[in-house]
Write a protein that binds this ligand. Structure first.
Ligand code: ZN
Ligand code: ZN
Length: 344
């Protein structure tokens, strides 16, 4: 990305060479994330290579990097951390004081190659392919969001938004065994996608009285609400639909001021929580559950582009969601000779 608010540009950069403990990964796929879209508009990331939801194949290893061999399929963590502090040793990598975000604070994976410390890579086991690999990071983010929401087997949960975050959260809620998963989204195609991901009911918030429609779908006021959109107005809506004593958790990335009416939350004594990134365990568990066949997120992938096609696709995703309602997760495929192709 050359400048804030400007379209992305495909440019030639020198191939990275590995530091002693680094690995060079040939990128097989990297998902376009809502935070890339938000950042392109709101953050001064001039000269940054975006892209943080990626998998690939090890192309080269540094002198002291011994965990992976060339040709190994790997998934990248989107945070590079020190690896030795208390937070890192506990797997709470977002809390590492030295954490740097791939694709924002260091070069990302909308590129043919990326260099990362070997400690920031996880093995992608067979039979998982590049689609699973690129979805590990957003699913880990969603797993964290579900944990923060305190939803449990048998819970009734409302999910606001059926974009990539809301759909990934819905998949995990179904995996968890939530009894009722009510998803609200203004776009019919997204509500259909939510149903396929495991929603037990959907609500169109443009039809007025969303709180009433949600309560009716839930059979009562919900105890867990997860906001998965990240635009102003949605936090207020989450407070409005939540039941007395409910937990409202925020997974949508909003970079603009938001107005809420605190008394509406006070009278219900709501707990308001936020989630950000994931723990290392969320990444590992996501890979394990996919490899075991208990979590199938491939339906989230609705499109693929190469690097040359990325700027135009990125621009279209920046338009209001109603303009491209079928898009959930779009993958960038920098190279077509991938050895992580689906087997069937
Ligand atoms: Zn992301
Ligand atoms: Zn650390």
């Amino acid at each position: 990305m050359e400048a804030m608010g400007e379209p992305l540009a495909a440019v030639d950069l020198p191939d990275p060479s590995p530091e002693p403990t680094e690995v060079i990964v040939a990128v097989d796929a990297c998902g376009i994330c809502g935070s890339d879209l938000h950042a392109a508009v709101h953050l001064p990331l001039d000269g940054t290579v975006l892209g943080h939801e990626f998998c690939g194949t090890v192309a080269a290893t540094g002198r002291d990097a011994t965990t992976f061999t060339p040709g190994s399929p790997v998934v990248g963590l989107s945070l590079v951390t020190c690896g030795v502090c208390e937070a890192c040793r506990a797997g709470r990598i977002r809390k590492c004081a030295q954490a740097s975000m791939v694709g924002f604070e260091r070069p990302g994976a909308f590129a043919e190659f990326i260099a990362l410390p070997e400690s920031s890579l996880l093995a992608l086991p067979a039979p998982l392919d590049y689609r699973h690999g690129a979805l590990v990071e957003p699913l880990a983010v969603a797993r964290r969001a579900v944990q923060r929401s305190a939803a449990a087997p048998g819970s009734t949960v409302v999910v606001l938004g059926a974009g990539p975050v809301g759909l990934a959260v819905t998949l995990w809620l179904a995996h968890l065994g939530a009894e009722q998963i009510v998803v609200s989204d203004p776009i019919a195609a997204r509500r259909e996608a939510a149903t396929l991901a495991g929603a037990t009911a959907t609500v169109d918030p443009t039809q007025g009285d969303t709180a009433g429609a949600v309560a009716e779908a839930c059979g009562g006021a919900p105890q867990h609400v997860i906001e998965c959109v990240g635009v102003p107005g949605l936090l207020d809506e989450a407070i409005a639909v939540a039941g007395v004593d409910a937990i409202v958790s925020v997974a949508g990335v909003c970079m603009e001021p938001e107005t809420v009416t605190p008394i509406l939350a006070m009278v219900k004594e709501l707990d308001l929580r936020f989630s950000f990134f994931y723990t290392r365990d969320d990444m590992v568990a996501t890979i394990d559950e996919m490899a075991a066949g208990r979590l199938d997120p491939v339906g989230l992938v609705t499109g693929e582009v190469d690097l040359d096609g990325l700027p135009a696709k990125f621009a279209s995703l920046l338009a209001p969601a109603a303009a491209s309602p079928a898009d959930a997760k779009v993958l960038v495929r920098p190279r077509q000779d991938s050895n992580l192709r689906p087997s069937a």
